[in-house]
Design a protein around this ligand. Structure first.
Ligand SMILES: [Zn+2]
Length: 498
């Protein structure tokens, strides 16, 4: 990672220390941090004026313009306040520049990635307030939200059937009659007419109803609606848990907490469903078997493997008294469902054919010699070690005062360039080895495939699942809208190395 260091004295530093002393102390700390974390320093910005505003800090202005040229992956500083406890406008400019050029703020405590929403929030807040103040504020905020909920008001997106209104300046829900009628219909079909959530969704879609997002109803949206206590006038929170993003391009995701962890209080809004009907629905829901509620044993040998060829989604297993367990696409009407045993038979036949093919392939193949490439790789790896050692010693030479900052950066640049070149060469060689190995790798799949094919009849679904997952990337399933029971296609995609 290529970084710059930004140094600046701030109010939190000891008063009796001179600016030079402070900066050199910080420089030492940050250089050490860079070394242990293998950060490549391209430049050091030392702010020697003590103004707070952006435009009285010449080094910050230079840093900003360098960030705009995408020179760095990150900027290392003592703590986030160093960038500026400044007026709102300057703070905005600085953060925006970091964000739009995907440049991280690195402090010895933490790396801030401004393209991660949560980090952005904490960074902004940290720059506005001292740490203790921040603690108090988030606590007060949480308490405020909690009190609003406990008092029966509604925070967040109103569920289907309701719209948001404000009473005494606090948010609550008002019944949206048209949607509420649909909610009553759903509960009635489920509780009184004993219709399952899949058919309810199909029925509603046929009648032309759509969700709030103007999408067709799905089995899942019906099931989710059926268990929402908001409809009997309750307020529920702690229902979902946010999942931290792993990369800035990840979508915001959350997962449902177990129902036991939900907190429920009496709402000030009007109910749409009576308690009796709601409780009956819960009873039906918990006694029926619903595939996504996972109890630890896999009943579906294709769990996590079989996908709908139309939309690419994983297909799920659903019990059916009439036909035995079926596989269906989670999107209604996307792909015709099928019984699992039929798919198993079709997949089994294909696996057998593949096994035969692979065996033939291996027998007729002459194995290429991989030794020379392997030798090259080990030589390159040794070079890399040497170069990295040289880079490490640069820091020591700087610390010992042998190198000036300028020499340190120049030498560092040359070494970094060399390292990059060598790494590239290594990658190429490894790719080459991978290619020559590829045909050999067919051998890797054969033992697992043999085990699967010979013992298939006697294996439990979870055992089949384990073996398939070892070698199969996905199985794509497609069936025409109008088709006979056995008229469907499955396409097996093996893991990359085939
Ligand atoms: Zn589909």
């Amino acid at each position: 990672m290529n970084i710059a260091i930004y140094l600046r004295k701030s109010r939190s530093d000891p008063e009796d220390e001179s600016m030079e002393e402070t900066l050199s102390r910080h420089k030492k700390t940050l250089l050490k941090f860079a070394k242990t974390n293998s950060l490549t320093i391209l430049k050091i910005y030392e702010e020697v004026v003590s103004g707070d505003g952006l435009f009285v800090r010449p080094e910050m202005v230079k840093l900003m313009s360098d960030i705009e040229q995408d020179k760095y992956d990150g900027v290392l500083c003592m703590d986030i306040d160093r960038l500026g406890r400044v007026d709102t406008k300057d703070r905005g400019i600085i953060l925006d520049t970091f964000k739009s050029h995907n440049t991280k703020i690195i402090t010895p405590r933490k790396i801030y990635n401004l393209n991660d929403e949560l980090d952005e929030f904490s960074t902004e807040i940290q720059m506005l307030f001292a740490r203790q103040e921040l603690k108090k504020i988030t606590q007060r905020l949480k308490q405020g939200v909690r009190r609003t909920l406990e008092d029966g008001y509604h925070v967040g997106e109103p569920p289907y059937g309701y719209r948001r209104i404000y009473v005494d300046k606090r948010p609550t829900l008002q019944i949206h009659e048209e949607e509420a009628e649909v909610v009553r219909k759903i509960f009635d079909m489920y509780v009184n007419q004993h219709i399952g959530s899949y058919l309810i969704a199909e029925h509603l879609n046929l009648m032309g109803y759509r969700t709030r997002a103007n999408k067709p109803f799905s089995r899942n949206s019906i099931r989710f609606l059926l268990q929402n206590p908001t409809y009997i006038g309750k307020i529920v929170w702690n229902k979902r848990q946010h999942i931290k993003k792993k990369s800035p391009t990840d979508k915001h995701r959350s997962k449902l907490n177990p129902q036991a962890e939900w907190i429920v209080s009496d709402g000030v809004h009007q109910p749409i469903i009576d308690v009796d009907t709601f409780n009956k629905a819960q009873k039906i829901r918990t006694t029926r078997s619903h595939p996504p509620s996972f109890n630890g044993t896999i009943k579906n040998p294709f769990a996590g493997i079989i996908r709908c060829a139309n939309c690419g989604q994983l297909m799920s297993r659903q019990t059916s008294k009439k036909t035995g367990p079926r596989l269906l696409c989670v999107n209604n009407n996307c792909n015709k469902s099928v019984t699992i045993d039929k798919v198993e038979a079709a997949v089994y036949e294909q696996l057998k054919t593949y096994l035969h093919q692979f065996n033939l392939q291996v027998q007729t193949e002459t194995k290429p010699d991989t030794e020379p490439v392997k030798k090259d790789i080990s030589v390159i790896k040794k070079q890399l070690v040497t170069l990295n050692k040289q880079k490490d010693s640069l820091h020591d030479l700087l610390e010992q005062g042998v190198y000036t900052i300028d020499t340190f950066i120049k030498r560092g640049e040359i070494l970094t360039n060399n390292i990059e070149k060598v790494q590239k060469a290594l990658k190429e060689k490894e790719l080459q080895l991978d290619k020559t190995n590829k045909s050999v790798l067919a051998e890797k799949i054969i033992p697992t495939l043999t085990e699967l094919v010979t013992n298939y009849d006697t294996m439990l679904p979870n055992e089949k699942n384990l073996l398939m997952k070892e070698i199969i990337e996905a199985i794509y399933y497609h069936r025409e809208k109008i088709s006979k029971q056995n008229d469907f296609e499955v396409r097996i995609v093996f893991k990359q190395w085939i």
